[in-house]
Write a protein of this length. Structure first.
Length: 384
């Protein structure tokens, strides 16, 4: 976006979100098709087959379209000051190590390992060490004159507006990532639909996220509305959606009202994502624009999955054998092989497990309100 004038950013966001919406709609559908008709190895083969020619075409377009010495084509002296010595390799390595161990530890917990097991606790403890080392390195690099450009400038930590926007983005990511993963699982387990049908039923959420982002672009451009107001509205939509998603009746797992709740939640997520995308360049220094990164929702997804799976495993252990339980967690279609009376109970328990996961998301959605209040200013940031 930094390649465009600021007044064109909202229009650019609409274009990008439209393409992203198409990807989010087609992703679950193609995933379901592959799962129903082939093996998952095709997911990786398709990536290779499409990314290699696509990357080659993109490289040719970049070479032909971007001016020589970009972005310093109008300032040749500035190019001389840029070198690999400005790269913060230590910070990048510490960040990668901390995130990898952190996510792996939570994923291991989500795979039914105990939090205190050797598969989980050591990873989280070592991850904490890397995170502390990363923050210390970023403070040192930022405060040192003539050093490399930090991965995460310490200036961010000194601005409540910047930190509020980063935390808000993380919280919205927890709701979106967890919803995108757990909603199709709910439909497969409780309704008995195929992966393809479950992916199709996720379309309202995927499209609503992009609609929310496009609403931000339309409502905030030309200084029409302070974007911070959109954060409050987005948080409210997410909170209401998560509350009612957590109250679904196990007796009616295919309730049509879920589609409306997905739309409401998705618009709220999109509002947050749109504000974060457009607002960040306005509240950071020019040298920091490329440093901002979304951390994603791996934390909430792992916590919700771990809690939901552990509760579900305890409830199912008295209904099915250990072997059947293993098959259910490996392939939801194996529920069809159970006796009809057991099938009904198992499907209802999956709905209750999903409700429990949504109750966890209520906390993440509600946390967006105090974080947004932290960003409040008498003269709120306006977008051109």
């Amino acid at each position: 976006m930094e390649m465009l004038p600021t007044h064109k950013w909202p229009s650019y966001l609409i274009l990008i979100t439209s393409l992203f919406a198409l990807a989010m709609v087609l992703g679950p559908i193609f995933g379901g098709l592959i799962n129903d008709n082939s093996s998952w190895i095709w997911v990786f083969l398709l990536k290779v087959q499409s990314s290699v020619p696509g990357g080659a075409i993109a490289l040719v377009l970049v070479v032909l379209a971007i001016p020589a010495n970009f972005p310093f084509h109008n300032s040749p002296d500035a190019q001389k000051r840029i070198s690999l010595r400005r790269a913060d390799f230590l910070g990048a390595v510490l960040l990668l190590a901390g995130m990898t161990l952190y996510i792996t530890g939570f994923e291991q917990a989500a795979s039914l390992h105990a939090w205190t097991s050797v598969q989980v606790l050591p990873l989280l403890l070592v991850s904490a060490f890397f995170w502390m080392a990363f923050l210390a390195s970023q403070w040192y690099v930022t405060t040192r004159d003539g050093g490399p450009d930090p991965v995460f400038p310490w200036r961010f930590c000194q601005s409540r507006v910047v930190m509020g926007l980063i935390i808000n983005s993380f919280l919205a990511g927890t709701v979106s990532t967890t919803s995108i993963i757990t909603i199709p699982v709910r439909y497969q387990a409780s309704v008995g639909v195929s992966p393809l049908q479950a992916g199709i039923r996720l379309i309202p959420l995927s499209l609503a996220i992009q609609v929310g982002a496009m609403l931000v672009a339309g409502l905030t451009k030309k200084r029409r509305l302070p974007p911070i107001y959109m954060l409050f509205v987005g948080a409210a939509f997410q909170l209401i959606g998560c509350i009612f998603l957590s109250r679904g009746s196990p007796e009616d797992p295919d309730w049509n009202g879920l589609y409306g709740l997905m739309v409401l939640t998705g618009i709220g997520i999109g509002l947050n994502i749109g504000v974060a995308t457009l607002m960040m360049p306005y509240i950071t220094e020019e040298r920091d624009k490329v440093q901002f990164r979304f951390l994603g929702g791996a934390t909430a997804l792992s916590i919700a999955t771990a809690v939901g799976n552990k509760w579900l495993r305890g409830e199912l252990s008295s209904l099915v054998s250990v072997e059947q339980l293993s098959f259910i967690f490996r392939d939801l279609a194996s529920i069809d092989s159970l006796p009809p009376s057991s099938q009904e109970i198992v499907r209802r328990l999956f709905v209750e497990s999903f409700n429990l996961q949504m109750r966890i998301l209520i906390g993440f959605a509600a946390a967006q309100f105090p974080v947004t209040l932290m960003m409040w200013e008498r003269q709120p940031v306006m977008l051109d």
